[in-house]
Structure formats: structure tokens, C-alpha cells
Design a protein around this ligand. Sequence first.
Ligand code: SF4
Ligand code: SF4
Ligand code: SF4
Length: 332
Amino acid sequence: MKDIQEQIIKTAAQLLTEAKADIVIGFSDSSLPMRATPCFITNADDAQQLVWNSYCLNNLAIYLPECFALDPHVKEQKPPPKVAVIAKGCDGRSAVGLIKELQVPRENLVIIAVPCPGMLDATIAQRLIGTSEIVSAEESGDTVIIKDQTGKETKFDRKELLAEACRFCTHRAAPVSDMTIGELPKGGEALAPDERFEEFSKKSTEERWDQFCRELSKCILCNACRSACPNCYCKVCFADQTRPNWTGTGGPLRDVISFHLGRMFHQAGRCVDCGACVRACPMGVDLRTFTYKLVKDAKELFDYTAGFDIERVPPLIEFNVDDSDNFITEPE
Ligand code: SF4
Ligand code: SF4
Ligand code: SF4
């Protein structure tokens, strides 16, 4: 990955020097072990700060709408900046969704596709290590050696520490890009079958609803899942509107359910299964089982996978007489 990192630094410096980008969004080192921090490079001399390692987990597309947001207090808007983003599969797919939904002007975005090896999740590592804090981690091939506070070293196979979304990911390369660094992996098999999801899919409607309500009863409506999602960019979320007041802001389970039903249906045909919402949840709510059902339904009912094709209109904003509509007219 050092080689990819060198190329990222070189490419970012070149884009900034040649004024082909005003900002490069990538990752820099973190002060915490097993983490990388999103960073915004605006000067070629600072490109050295960019890193590429197994902890570049965040979906960087979340920062794109803000880069192009208009200032409501200014009459004459500045021209939009040129933004370059280091893109794994999930960042790239989210960026495509944002372009389609006119949150990001295509001509001002440089998508730099990099090969994603599947990212490691520090919280999974900490759970496996136990209560002693992780102080460092080193990779040697597929082995990760983690040292904790007591000085003890524990070896893991890389696969054990993969973020959940990465374990099931089949799209590790950005499908749309302007530049490519390294050899991009082809789409393919997930590293493990998603047994939890398969089990959920086989359930009856009533059983699925029970599971949904039971899981969501852990939710404290903190909205971290919404804030972490690159596709949740509305300036005023339906859940915060007061006229009409779609949902309450806490307390009864019905408020929680109505918020999540609204948010999840807004993700139908848009969710790229990056797992950012799940990782942000302080209550460990298994949101993925439900959002992934929508990913699967969009594929099965409309042959649509989010984030692949800038031109294709997402299924829920167009009507086609050939669409399957049994789920509306003939509920199970
Ligand atoms: S979800 Fe896929 S593309 Fe995104 S970090 Fe994980 S493996 Fe990489
Ligand atoms: S709903 Fe979750 S998994 Fe889907 S795009 Fe948003 S943050 Fe990623
Ligand atoms: S992050 Fe978790 S607790 Fe917070 S609103 Fe989302 S599901 Fe609920």
C-alpha cells in the first residue's frame, strides 16, 4: 500500500499545482492506533500528509455536498471549487449518487479511483482484545499484530478485523472515475456469506416486522446514522420538519419507527452499503440488515444497483409500466 500512497501524494500535488483541483479530499494519519483521519489538502506542499493504509474506512463522499453548497447569505455566489476525492468503491458509488441528485457538479469533481483491500475496523479489534486499550497495530502480509496497553501482542488474520461492510462488499473499485491509481479489483464475491441477512430475508412479513421493531427499540434517536450517511444530505430532514410534523423527536417507539421507516425508504435505490451508519450507531443497532434488504430489493425488482451509472434514473423517481408493483397492490 506504500506504493499506492506515494502515487496518491504525487497525483494530489500535481492536481493542486496545475490548478486542476482546489481541494483534494483524502486521509491523513490519526493520533489513535488503527485509524486514519479524513483530510482536506489545498496546498501541494501539504500533499505529503496523505496516507493510504488499512484504516481509510470513512466514506469520503459525505464531504462533497458541503464543498458545493451555496451560501444563503451571499447574493453573488463564488464559482464552485474543483474537488478531487480519493475513492474506494463505496466513496465512488456515493459520489455517483450525489452527482445524479445534483448535489455535486460532475465537471467540478475529480474521482481518483484507488484499489480497496477491504478496511479494518478498530472497534472490532478492540472488542476482540477486550478491555485493555490498543496502543499499536502492525501488518505483515495478511497478519495484523496488535499490541495492547499491557504490552501483550495478539496476532489476527486480517479477515477477522475487516469492517462488516467490507466483509460483504462486492464492489471494491469506484465504477466511475477520472484517474486510476494502482490496479483496481474487479467486482466479485464477498469474503463471507451474509448469514444474518439471509435468515432475515427468509422470514415472513410479520416476523420481519417484529425483528425490525425489536431491533429499533434499542435506538435513542441520536441521528448519528443520518449524519454519517453520505446520501442523507437534505438541509432539513423530513424528521426535523414541523410543518407538517412527520415524526416526533423521541420517547415512544412509534417516533423511532417512523424516523427509521422514512430514512430507510429514502435510501431505497441509493444506499451503497458502505456501513457508515452502522459504525456511527452508539447503540449497536443492526441497521444493515434492513438497509441491505432495500439494496437487494432495488436489484431484484428494478435491476438497479446504486452508484454505477450516472445517466440511469433511480427506480423510485421514475415510473415504468413494466415495473413490478405486486409489493404495492398485492401485499403478502
Ligand atoms: S465497503 Fe467495499 S469499497 Fe468500501 S471500504 Fe469496504 S471493501 Fe472498500
Ligand atoms: S444508509 Fe448506511 S450503508 Fe447505506 S449509504 Fe447510508 S451510511 Fe452507507
Ligand atoms: S445512530 Fe443508532 S441510536 Fe442513533 S438514531 Fe441511528 S439507529 Fe438510533
